[in-house]
Design a protein around this ligand. Structure first.
Ligand SMILES: [Zn+2]
Length: 150
């Protein structure tokens, strides 16, 4: 079942605020006390590990932009990219969600999205594949792509 909105609880007064999916990633304030809402639980400040079984729940059904990094333990460029992606997760918290997929443990996803080399970054918006970024791009180029999704 696809939800067209999601709930964020206000840090200050505890009121539940319903945010339309189309507004995910925008700045929002609590309807009751006007405190800016934080997207902490929805947007972790690091790339979370996702696999074949959790991909749909974490990425496809997520009501906002997601960057998915396909990586592998034996991949040198991935080792450079992983800390950058974690940094970006913190920088873009509340706007873009970041997940990482270990290629060797998630052959199903690799096949489904035709990921033939690592690192590969796929971006998703409202559950749909948005862009495919190949290789270890410099940080400012990744930022450029992330902004294009907001
Ligand atoms: Zn409030």
């Amino acid at each position: 079942m696809v939800q067209d909105s999601f709930i964020i609880r206000c840090d200050r007064c505890g009121a539940k605020n319903r945010i339309p999916k189309s507004r995910a990633g925008e700045r929002a304030v609590c309807g009751k006390c006007r405190t800016p809402l934080h997207f902490k639980a929805e947007y972790p400040q690091y790339a979370i590990a996702v696999g074949d079984n959790s991909f749909d729940a974490e990425v496809i059904r997520f009501p906002g932009p997601v960057l998915v990094l396909f990586w592998a333990t034996w991949c040198t460029h991935c080792r450079t990219l992983l800390p950058i992606v974690d940094e970006l997760a913190s920088q873009f918290s509340g706007m873009v969600k970041f997940v990482k997929v270990d290629l060797d443990r998630s052959q199903g996803l690799a096949a489904k999205y035709q990921v033939q080399s690592v690192p590969t970054m796929l971006t998703f918006k409202n559950g749909r594949l948005f862009n495919r970024l190949l290789g270890a791009l410099p940080k400012d180029q990744i930022i450029h792509h992330l902004r294009a999704m907001l």
